[in-house]
Structures are given as C-alpha cells and as structure tokens.
Design a protein around this ligand. Structure first.
Ligand code: GDD
Ligand code: MG
Length: 192
C-alpha cells in the first residue's frame, strides 16, 4: 500500500470458491474532504481473458462465434450470444491464449494478430481484464472444425458474417457482447 493511498483494505471474506472466488471485501476510503468511510463490496475474482477479431479483406467477412451464455439467459435476452473468439487466460499469456482459443473455437490458425487495447468489463464487481486483438485471415487458414471443447461443455457455432452486416448488428443490438462491440467498432474505425 502506498503511503498516501486513499484506500485501506480491512478485510476479505470468501463467500464461495467453486470455479473462481467470490469475495466480500471491506475497505475504508478517504473521501476528498479527508474523512474515512467504510464500505463493503462483493467482487468476483475471475481470470482475465483474451479476445480476437479476424477480418478477411478479400471476402469482406469477419469470423465470429455463437454460443449459449447463462448470464444472458438470466438477463432475459437471446442467450445464444454472438461473440468474437475468446477465452480465459488461466496461466498463459494473452498472446498465447488468444491463438489457442481461436483454434479451439473456430478451427482457424492465426497468421498474425496485434493487440489493440485492453478493457475491464466491470471494474466494480469483477477483477477481469480482457486483452483484445485484431488480425486478418483467409479461407486457407482453416485447420479444423472448431466448436470448442465438448468435455468442458462448449458447443460453439462458427459464423462468417459480411463485415458491414456485422457493423449493422452492433448498431441494431443483435450484437451486445462488450468485447465484440469494442473490437467491431475498432475495426470499423480502422477501415474508414
Ligand atoms: N465448471 C465450470 N466451468 C466453467 C465455469 N465458468 C466457465 N467455465 C468453463 O471455462 C471455460 C471457459 O471458456 P473460455 O473460452 O476459456 O472462456 P470464455 O467464457 O469464452 O471467456 C471469454 O468471454 C467471456 C465473456 O465475455 C469473458 O469474460 C472472458 O474474458 C473471455 O473473453 C469453458 O469451458 C467453461 O465451461 C464455471 O463456473 N464452472
Ligand atoms: Mg470462449
């Protein structure tokens, strides 16, 4: 803790620790008027992630996936969510993970990908940081079927969508997943 840190963590309780720990954290915050205020927040300490959007400039397509997401289901929206290929880091680096996930989920092998940004989907309740990559692909880069790991419950459909249609899907709400919205808007910016 820095000497002038306006935050003091005073306690941490593990509420559950099945897949990743859900913690109740107590802390004191020095307010701008100098007084200290005690607060409690629940935080899910999940792993970071890496995501990649591949674009084929010749066929003018992007490579996306669709899979069931329980959070979307509980939120009452279409739970078969369209996303860029992505995965959780576990112990690997974002550069390694993103290539492995691309291959597992879509069957495509990436030639070259470049990191464009990282974001926190919810810095209040999640510890997660998602590292985002862009790259190009062509039909010949397909090495397998993809689909994800059946033994881990993944059943992932691979989609190749016209790039302008994908941009429209962000605008009209057919694409709502944060990493996918961010990467498609970044690609749109780069292509304009
Ligand atoms: N048993 C169990 N398995 C889980 C649980 N949560 C996830 N898994 C398993 O962990 C794997 C996660 O798949 P990945 O492809 O590595 O991750 P992801 O869910 O696609 O994550 C990406 O998208 C998320 C949603 O936007 C991002 O949060 C994440 O950073 C990443 O970008 C799947 O096999 C899934 O079954 C859980 O609570 N219990
Ligand atoms: Mg995934």
């Amino acid at each position: 803790m820095e000497k002038n840190d306006p935050i003091r963590i005073v306690g941490e309780e593990i509420l559950s620790d099945d897949y990743a720990p859900l913690k109740k954290v107590s802390y004191e915050q020095r307010r701008r008027d100098g007084s200290w205020q005690r607060q409690q927040r629940e935080v899910y300490a999940n792993a970071g992630g890496a995501a990649v959007l591949l674009h084929d400039p010749t066929r003018r397509t992007v490579l996306l996936t669709r899979q069931f997401r329980i959070g979307a289901r509980l939120a009452g929206i279409d739970a078969f969510v369209i996303e860029v290929p992505a995965g959780m880091l576990d112990d690997a680096s974002p550069d390694q993970r993103v290539r492995a996930e691309l291959c597992e989920e879509t069957g495509y092998r990436a030639k070259e990908v470049r990191k464009v940004l990282a974001f926190m989907p919810n810095p209040s309740s999640l510890t997660e940081i998602v590292h985002c990559y862009l790259g190009e692909y062509e039909r010949g880069d397909k090495q397998g079927e993809g689909g994800g790991k059946e033994e881990e419950g993944e059943d992932i459909e691979v989609l190749e969508i016209d790039v302008d249609e994908a941009f429209r899907m962000v605008e009209d709400g057919r694409i709502v997943d944060a990493k996918t919205v961010i990467l498609l808007q970044r690609l749109q910016q780069e292509l304009s």
